[in-house]
Design a protein. Structure first.
Length: 236
């Protein structure tokens, strides 16, 4: 009964040793929905290194079961531990246990499982389910997975429609949608452009996607110039 608590205490002690108050103040400003006292300021490279040291240990497995965590860096560590899982089904189980507890964009975006690249067909049904979740960061994660794994050789235009059909007033929800469409413009310009030309997206996502695409070195100057003409100048 005490194993998860003990594991959490031992790992928390290691994270506290990495504490950086100056970086904590900076990070707290970037993640305003997280209480500042939850942020230790441990830097991501150091947390990744700790994840590599803990990977495969009983201590790590106990820590992964000790949800919810108290500190932001514990959530980051949790993400990095899952990301290193090599077995697909095991990875999916750990992700589904963790997703309901993700409460910020930084933890959500740090959850990038390496094994997914080799299991795209098996991953897709889970993405479809996650896209319809009522939990903001579960949906953000799903869109992030579409962006990471299905805009190259495994691209299908229907995935654009999946993301376009999502609706929310949440800032962090629509920022990920904008990021997705900006990346799609960089990788699948001809397929993505009609969504912008038809002004299918909400004003915020539409304009932010164009902004991000125009900031990207992967989008040609000619495409950037045309995208600029598609911006909404007035809120619908």
């Amino acid at each position: 009964m005490n194993q998860p608590i003990d594991a959490t205490a031992a790992i928390r002690e290691r994270l506290f040793a990495l504490r950086d108050e100056k970086n904590a103040a900076f990070s707290a400003k970037l993640i305003p929905n997280i209480a500042p006292e939850r942020v230790l300021g441990a830097r991501l490279p150091a947390i990744r290194k700790l994840a590599r040291e803990l990977a495969g240990t009983a201590e790590a497995e106990a820590f992964l079961q000790a949800l919810p965590h108290e500190y932001l860096e514990e959530d980051h560590l949790h993400s990095f531990l899952i990301a290193g899982e090599k077995e697909f089904d095991t990875c999916i189980g750990k992700i589904e246990a963790f997703l309901p507890f993700i409460d910020n964009w930084a933890t959500c975006d740090s959850l990038r499982p390496k094994c997914f690249a080799k299991h795209k067909k098996a991953l897709l049904p889970y993405i479809e389910i996650w896209l319809h979740s009522e939990h903001l960061y579960t949906v953000r994660f799903a869109v992030g997975m579409l962006m990471c794994h299905y805009l190259d050789a495994d691209f299908d235009e229907k995935y654009l429609q999946w993301v376009a059909a999502l609706e929310s007033e949440e800032y962090y929800f629509n920022m990920m949608r904008a990021w997705y469409f900006a990346t799609a413009l960089a990788k699948q310009y001809e397929s993505t452009l009609p969504l912008l030309e038809s002004k299918t997206l909400d004003t915020f996502t539409h304009n932010k996607a164009i902004q991000k695409a125009r900031e990207s070195f992967r989008v040609s100057p000619e495409h950037k110039a045309y995208l600029k003409t598609l911006k909404y100048t007035k809120v619908k």
